[in-house]
Write a protein that binds this ligand. Structure first.
Ligand code: SF4
Length: 361
């Protein structure tokens, strides 16, 4: 039987994706940006973001020199913002330590923030045709099925076995096929070997696929053991000044939405009278020096993170007492609605502002 790699490459010629923007040209920088974007996001969504990101930051030098805010603004809506912060930081480290280029080896790439073994391999195999294996989520699924490996792939022992399987399937002779082989494996996982109802009839490697031959495609890969998602609540303030500008607060660099602009949070300890409320003494809002005449509770909004469910209880400040405009200090800013796109704002916060300010105007 011809090898797994040869069958996959032949399938790729006819059915693979050859027109992705990061394939033309397939430079290390462009592959890197695409790989980071693709870590948690579908190709169809990434394409638009990728084109806009590359138009703004066409090379590593431009990215390293850009303000973090500009990078986060181009990431807004993609989620998992630590990816953008790591990309920016890694570009700066490349300028300092690698003569303005991405390292061309596993160790050098893996030492950069946000780059793990699979991402490094995707860069090296696609940009430089090095013979190294990838193992992203889709590839784990393909290999767990093809090799018939039971057990949750997030467990270290299972993951080690999957890496071995990935390495055993690499093209054994011609390294020049590595860029296409890597893309072919990603494409197979994304299109044919789908999470639910894989299209095994159209699969080039079904002859020796254990899951297919044993009727186990539903049970492989083994699902993550279930656990209840913890829940958290937060209270946020939608305050506008007499000119209709909304008050934003920059979040701390680490933690959820780190470094992004959000609505000011009301401390869980804050007691306030909904009728006549002065919140100038609330620690989290105090730097803005706000005084507010009335607060109105808005319908709660839920946002699901990977590790918890967040309930956002928003309060609309109807009026700010004249002469007490918040100073733009301590990471606060009054922003006119048409200028919001210049700020990196998490999607649920943008939804809140759109719903209660923009759309109600
Ligand atoms: Fe996936 Fe089916 Fe192909 Fe096996 S035969 S690798 S289960 S698509």
């Amino acid at each position: 039987m011809i090898t797994f790699a040869a069958r996959l490459l032949r399938w790729f010629d006819a059915h693979g994706r050859h027109d992705l923007p990061w394939q033309h040209p397939r430079s290390a920088y462009r592959v890197w940006v695409s790989e980071i974007m693709l870590q948690q996001t579908q190709v169809a969504t990434v394409i638009g973001y990728f084109d806009r990101f590359i138009a703004a930051f066409p090379d590593l030098h431009t990215l390293a020199a850009a303000p973090l805010d500009a990078v986060l603004a181009h990431w807004a809506g993609l989620g998992y913002y630590s990816r953008a912060r790591n990309l920016h930081r890694a570009a700066q480290l490349c300028m300092q330590n690698h003569a303005g280029d991405l390292p061309r080896n596993m160790d050098g790439l893996c030492a950069l923030p946000g780059i793990g073994r699979s991402t490094a391999a995707a860069i090296l195999s696609q940009a430089y045709a090095l013979r190294v294996a990838i193992l992203d989520g889709n590839v784990k699924r393909v290999l767990a099925r093809h090799a018939g490996i039971a057990g949750y792939p997030g467990q270290p022992a299972i993951e080690r076995r999957l890496w071995q399987e990935a390495e055993q399937r690499l093209p054994d002779d011609d390294a020049s096929s590595m860029p296409d082989y890597t893309q072919a494996l990603m494409d197979l996982g994304a299109s044919v070997c789908a999470r639910r109802k894989p299209h095994c009839d159209a699969c080039p490697v079904r002859v020796d696929c254990i899951a297919f031959n044993q009727g186990r495609t539903d049970e492989l890969p083994t699902r993550k053991p279930r656990r209840t998602l913890p829940e958290k609540s937060v209270r946020m303030l939608i305050a506008t000044d007499p000119e209709g500008r909304v008050l934003l607060q920059r979040r701390a660099p680490l933690g959820i939405w780190g470094g992004l602009w959000s609505l000011p949070e009301l401390s869980a300890m804050t007691a306030f009278d909904p009728a006549t409320t002065v919140i100038a003494d609330v620690d989290t809002v105090k730097p803005a020096g706000l005084e507010i005449s009335a607060l109105r509770a808005l319908p709660a909004l839920q946002h699901r993170f990977t590790h918890f469910l967040l309930h956002i209880h928003a309060y609309r400040a109807d009026a700010i007492v004249a002469g007490k405009r918040a100073a733009e200090t301590d990471g606060h800013a009054w922003v006119a609605l048409p200028d919001l796109h210049r700020h990196g704002i998490p999607t649920p916060i943008k939804t809140l502002i759109d719903t209660h300010l923009r759309l109600s105007r």
